[in-house]
Write a protein that binds this ligand. Structure first.
Ligand SMILES: Cc1cc2nc3c(=O)[nH]c(=O)nc-3n(C[C@H](O)[C@H](O)[C@H](O)COP(=O)(O)O)c2cc1C
Ligand SMILES: [Fe+2]
Ligand SMILES: [Fe+2]
Length: 403
């Protein structure tokens, strides 16, 4: 058995990062295909009055988590465990940790909702102390301020700010998918490439609660904290340029991350009629200098829903190619439309191509796209194979609507 990679590394003075690289997972939350993997980051603050552990790893890595923790502190010295978020990718090793440290020896700090969740998720009767918004904890020479940040990503999510280090332990917010080759942004070569995984993470995990990102960032900014380090629970820790990831999240929250020349095409094709139309359109668009991302549901492959949504999120226009199926639309495209409504909550212009055999689903299509919160540029339907007029029509609409 190959053990997953783990890291124990000093972030600043007495603050340590414990990171595990999960390259075994196929579908994050059972839903999002992530061949790029993900990391779980926990943190430990070691002080002369005892240690504070911030979050853990998912349960599969409980033993490794405790092993790594031992490299920084003696588990008997852990006085507090801060639970930023109860999603089991972070709380999963709590039972193991509490078993080692001793449930009676340690106090768990978290959002008022977290206490009962610990009991319901793990059957543990822990010593739980709810923290109020902006409440501070003094330990050793450190002051840890807790900030309630609801819906980033659950209602009970909080962040911790270690004042003396300027370290914001931000949990899911400011995180991203993938297993970055470095722990810190200091020496991450291709930040743009990493930000693609950040965008996919934002869209798939926090997309539904998108406005809360800006709301919570505004709240944090209004506190005038001197943030020198942004330490999320997934991905790289931002030490050289923390404002970069905060700005990226802020702009994503406001729907400002848009590539003016990018078009995303998502389509189904059972026997190739739509595929033929789409490939002609894509060739023409590329030759005109558009960047086109393609995601398809065909007999040789099924698109990754997360990648499709992530591409849709920063596109100027979407082209959806939809097969007619049993009086309605192709089931997986129904799923795509539903997800576009829930996760890509920035309204996009949508050109719909629909191929049918005997009856067009035109009316349901318009309604489905509008109900998903997007703007229907035009529904172009055709029987079987698309004519050259259909192709020309799509190209002229793109020219008109995309700069
Ligand atoms: C399983 C199945 C169900 C279909 N249901 C309908 C339907 O309800 N109404 C219709 O007009 N065409 C229906 N069709 C025909 C296709 O929508 C039509 O052939 C279309 O051109 C398929 O394009 P595609 O090969 O790109 O998917 C169905 C085809 C299949 C294979
Ligand atoms: Fe989460
Ligand atoms: Fe998470």
């Amino acid at each position: 058995m190959i053990l997953p990679r783990t890291y124990v590394e000093k972030v600043s003075r007495d603050l340590y990062l414990l990171r595990v690289d999960d390259d075994e997972i196929k579908f994050f939350e059972g839903l999002w295909s992530i061949p790029e993997g993900i990391t779980y980051n926990a943190y430990v603050l070691a002080t002369e009055e005892g240690a504070v552990v911030f979050d853990t790893w998912r349960n599969r890595y409980s033993n490794l988590f405790v092993e790594c923790l031992r490299k920084v502190v003696d588990p008997k010295d852990v006085r507090y465990v801060v639970v930023h978020h109860m999603e089991p990718d972070h709380s999963g090793s709590l039972p193991k940790l509490l078993g080692i440290v001793g449930v009676d020896r340690v106090e768990i700090l978290g959002h008022p909702m977290a206490g009962s969740m610990i009991r319901s998720f793990y059957g543990i009767d822990a010593r739980f102390r709810p923290v109020k918004d902006l409440e501070a904890l003094r330990i050793g020479r450190y002051t840890i301020r807790f900030i309630h940040t609801p819906w980033l990503h659950w209602p009970e999510t909080i962040m911790s700010f270690v004042e003396e280090l300027g370290a914001l332990l931000s949990c899911d917010a400011f995180g991203g998918y993938s297993i970055p080759s470095t722990l810190f942004d200091d020496d991450l070569d291709d930040i743009e490439e990493y930000l693609e995984f950040v965008r996919k993470y934002i869209v798939t995990v926090i997309g539904f609660y998108r406005p809360f990102i800006a709301k919570n960032i505004d709240k944090i900014r209004s506190l005038n904290l001197d943030v020198k380090i942004v330490a999320p629970s997934h991905g790289v820790v931002w030490r050289r340029d923390p404002s970069r990831i905060v700005d990226y999240y802020y702009r994503a929250s406001r729907g400002e991350i848009v590539d003016p020349k990018k078009i995303t095409v998502i389509y189904s094709s059972m026997y190739g009629f739509l595929e033929e139309a789409v490939s002609k359109i894509v060739d023409a668009l590329r030759s005109k200098g558009f960047r086109v991302a393609i995601h398809r549901f065909v007999e040789s492959e099924h698109a990754s829903l997360g990648n499709a949504l992530s591409d849709a999120f920063d596109s100027s226009l979407l082209i959806l190619g939809i097969s007619t199926y049993e009086g309605g639309i192709f089931p997986l495209m129904k799923m795509v439309l539903d997800a576009l409504g829930k996760k890509v909550t920035v309204p996009k212009r949508v050109v719909v191509l629909a191929s049918y055999g005997w009856g067009s689903p035109r009316n349901v299509l318009e309604k489905m796209v509008r109900d998903a919160g997007h703007e229907v540029v035009e529904v172009i339907d055709f029987r079987g194979r698309a004519s050259s007029e259909v192709i020309e029509r799509v190209l002229s609409l793109v020219e008109r609507y995309v700069a």
